[in-house]
Each structure stands twice: as C-alpha cells, then as structure tokens.
Design a protein around this ligand. Structure first.
Ligand SMILES: Cc1cc2nc3c(=O)[nH]c(=O)nc-3n(C[C@H](O)[C@H](O)[C@H](O)COP(=O)(O)OP(=O)(O)OC[C@H]3O[C@@H](n4cnc5c(N)ncnc54)[C@H](O)[C@@H]3O)c2cc1C
Length: 403
C-alpha cells in the first residue's frame, strides 16, 4: 500500500494514526464493522462527523477558503486510507460530497454563507431528491412539479428511494419548472427544501436485508421560497450532472475496500477447513487474490482522478468507472463472505442496527454482518446510477464509442 512516502508524509500519517488512537473509540469502530449499509446510522456517522469537525478535518476535499484542510493529494489519500483501516464510520456524503460542491460552484453568496458552515459542522443532515417512480435511469423524465406563486414555488409530486429522508432535515431536489413545451432537460430546477415543511410525508421502504434506509417522499402543495433555488430556473439539469460526478467519483474507496478485505481474511483464518482454515481452499485463495488485484487497480485509478481534482477539474466520466468498479468489488467481497460462512450464512438477525444494545447475536461479531452486508450490497450496482448506465457513459465518453 504505502510505496514510497516522503518523510513529511510519514509524519502526517503518524499524526493521523495518533489522532485515531485517541478519538476513535472501540465502540464506534465496532458499530462501523456491524453497519450493514454504505451509509452509517446517523448516531455513529454524526458522532464521527463532529469529532472530525472539531479537529478541522471533516472536509479534506473542500477548498481551504470554505473550510477544507489544504492537504496535498498524498495526505488526503493517507487520511482516507488510515481512517478506513482503523474502522472509522463513513460520513454521510449528501452534504459534504454532493450538495456542498454544488453550493460552492452555483450558490449565491448568501447561500454559501448560510449552508456551507452548517454542512461542515454537521448542523444539517441532507437527503437527495432525484429519483421518482418511473424516473431513475431516465432522470430527465421526472414529474415532480414546482409552480411559481409570488416569491415561492408550490411543489406537488413524489420522490422515491430517498436515502435517510427519515433522518434528514434538508433535501436537495430536482423539480420540473418548465412548461409542457419546454425541452425536458431545460425544464428542471434545483431546489433546497426544509424537510419540516407542511405537506411533506415520508413513507419507509424496507429493503431485502431488513434495513430501513430508503423512503418514498410525497409533496402536497409544499411551499419553498424562490431564494432556495440554486442557480437559474431551468439550470437544474446541468447542476444535477455536476453533482452526480462527485457522487460517483468524489471518494477514495480503496481504503474501505481493503479494510473489508482484511475483515474477510480474518474470517477465513477463523473458519476451519479440515486441519487448516478456509484459506487452504484453492478456489477461496484465488477469489481473495482476484479481489486484491482489483482493489490495487482501483486504487491507481483513484489516485489518477484525485490528481486531476487537485488541479481544480471535476471528476468527469471517469467517475462512472470508479463507481462501477467499487460496487462490483464490494459485491464480489460480500459474495466471498457468504461462501466462507457456508450454512451459517442462513442465520438471520432482524435487529437493525446490528450494533443495537438489545441485539441477541447468534453468530460472533466477525460473522454477523456478512449476510446482511451481502443483501444490502445488491443495491450498490443500482444507486448512484446502475451499472448498465455507467457502462454506457464509459463507452460513450471514455472509450469514444460512436452510436
Ligand atoms: C438503496 C438505494 C438507495 C438510493 N438512494 C437514492 C437517493 O438517496 N436519492 C435518489 O434520488 N435516488 C436514490 N436511489 C435511486 C437510484 O438512483 C435508482 O434506483 C437508479 O438510478 C435506477 O433507477 P430505477 O430504480 O428507476 O431503475 P430503472 O431506471 O427503471 O432501470 C431498471 C433496469 O433497466 C436498466 N436500464 C435502464 N435504462 C437503461 C439504458 N438506457 N440502457 C441499459 N439499461 C438500462 C437498468 O440498468 C436497470 O437494470 C437509490 C436506490 C437504491 C436501490
């Protein structure tokens, strides 16, 4: 992993490690290990957010003028790798990595002054209102309508699959503001909503692994001040695409993948096979090698992308490549975990989160999250744009296929 670090980078790594030893409690890292979803429960994600915020380390990707750390690319990579390796919770991306960069790029001075410090401090918890029933991959077909009434928009319609809408106090949403004959991509606007607004109803959706992370959200005559629009009316599609590049490619995920791999290796060593352990099975050993090679390759891509971000560019279509590979590698690993467990993979625990105090575990901590993570990871190749859509973008924009 660490190929050749300069002395100052080694000093930085040691500083990060010391910080983690002091501030990342065993309770928090155990809860992270037992988290089934890519999104941590706010009770652990928010706790870690506040700790990093107090240290000034919560937004390494942000420009210094808005509260970023000013770290070099190598330092950001060290930080992401060390925190993942230590078992720190992931931070909710919706504020820091999605709407934050959008507000910096397209927001008014007032919007920047109000929202950016609140995102940094974790005062607002955001959710993403893009998808609708019938408008997922074909997002530009969205129907939720915002009609202008003086200094407000009045919103009617529904959003679905909205992650953590039941925890969020804010939503960024795409709404249709254009008339029937406006070309559909030009009739969309980007609004910031207060989730406490009258007329918003949230209905939970429970997913295949018993998790409640997504919801359907209904809007009945919800009034949103025009001042809460980002950019111009009708500019929403360009803003949405800018945000999606950060959603898909704005993270360093190889550290998290490596941490997951180490957990699986521990499980394999712990699981008997004949006189030895599961790693003696050549098929299992091969599957581990394949995953490790895939993580190495993704890590190289991430570093390449981070280098371009460092020079002020946005990720571009390579973000699709990173999202595709991250999701496929995670799924390969959760599948490997199920193979390691064998019949124990059928043991089912309903309690969510798994780290809840009243849980009555049947399996040990190493084995417990394996099947729930496997089921939850089915969604990884769907959210943020399905694999088919990512492959389409890669073919069109990176490989240059002509249709
Ligand atoms: C766990 C989870 C969390 C999510 N969180 C959020 C969230 O917080 N906010 C939000 O707005 N959305 C969220 N989503 C929604 C997600 O972005 C959509 O599910 C996704 O974009 C796919 O849209 P769809 O479900 O409508 O499927 P569809 O678009 O109907 O696709 C169905 C199938 O058809 C394929 N397909 C569609 N079009 C094409 C094409 N042109 N070429 C080839 N194949 C195609 C797809 O790949 C897929 O296999 C979440 C989804 C999940 C599962």
């Amino acid at each position: 992993m660490y190929r050749s670090l300069e002395p100052e980078d080694i000093a930085f790594r040691d500083e990060v490690r010391a910080f983690l030893r002091e501030h990342l409690s065993p309770k928090l890292s155990r809860a992270t290990h037992l988290t089934t979803s890519v999104f941590p429960e706010p009770e652990i994600g928010h706790a870690w957010h506040r700790i990093l915020w107090q240290q000034g380390w919560v937004a390494p990707g942000w420009p210094v003028e808005y509260g970023g750390t000013g770290w070099s690319l190598v330092q950001r990579w060290i930080f992401a790798t060390e925190t993942a390796r230590a078992g720190a919770p992931a931070l909710s991306p919706m504020g820091l990595k999605m709407v934050g960069p959008v507000i910096m790029r397209f927001g008014s001075p007032e919007q920047k002054a109000h929202y950016l410090p609140r995102i940094l401090a974790g005062d607002d918890y955001w959710c993403q209102g893009y998808s609708e029933p019938g408008s997922g991959s074909d997002l530009a077909s969205l129907q939720t309508r915002a009609v202008r009434d003086g200094e407000h928009y009045v919103i009617n319609g529904t959003k679905t699959w909205t992650t953590h809408a039941h925890h969020a106090n804010r939503m960024f949403a795409l709404v249709r503001t254009g008339s029937e004959d406006t070309p559909r991509h030009r009739g969309i606007s980007f609004l910031l909503l207060d989730m406490q607004s009258p007329g918003i109803t949230i209905r939970p959706i429970r997913t295949i692994g018993s998790d409640h992370e997504v919801n359907q959200v209904f809007f009945d005559d919800v009034r949103v001040p025009v001042a809460q629009r980002i950019g111009e009316e009708g500019q929403g599609w360009a803003i949405a695409k800018y945000l999606l590049e950060f959603e898909r490619g704005g993270s360093l995920n190889s550290g998290g993948l490596r941490c997951h791999l180490e957990e699986l290796l521990r499980l394999a060593r712990h699981t008997p096979r004949g006189d030895g352990c599961m790693l003696d099975d050549p098929d299992i050993a091969l599957a581990f090698s394949q995953v490790e090679i895939d993580i190495d390759a993704l890590e190289m891509t991430e570093l390449r992308v981070m280098a371009s971000l460092q020079t002020g560019q946005n990720p571009g279509a390579v973000s699709s490549l990173m999202k595709l590979r991250w999701s496929e590698i995670e799924q390969a690993m959760t599948h490997l975990g199920v193979r390691l467990l064998g019949p124990d993979a059928l043991v089912w625990e309903h309690t969510r989160p798994l780290f809840a105090a009243d849980a009555r575990p049947v399996l040990d901590d190493l084995a417990r999250p394996v099947t729930p993570k496997h089921l939850n990871a089915r969604a990884f190749t769907i959210f943020g744009g399905t694999s088919e859509i990512q492959r389409d973008i890669i073919a069109r924009e990176l490989l240059g296929t002509v249709y």
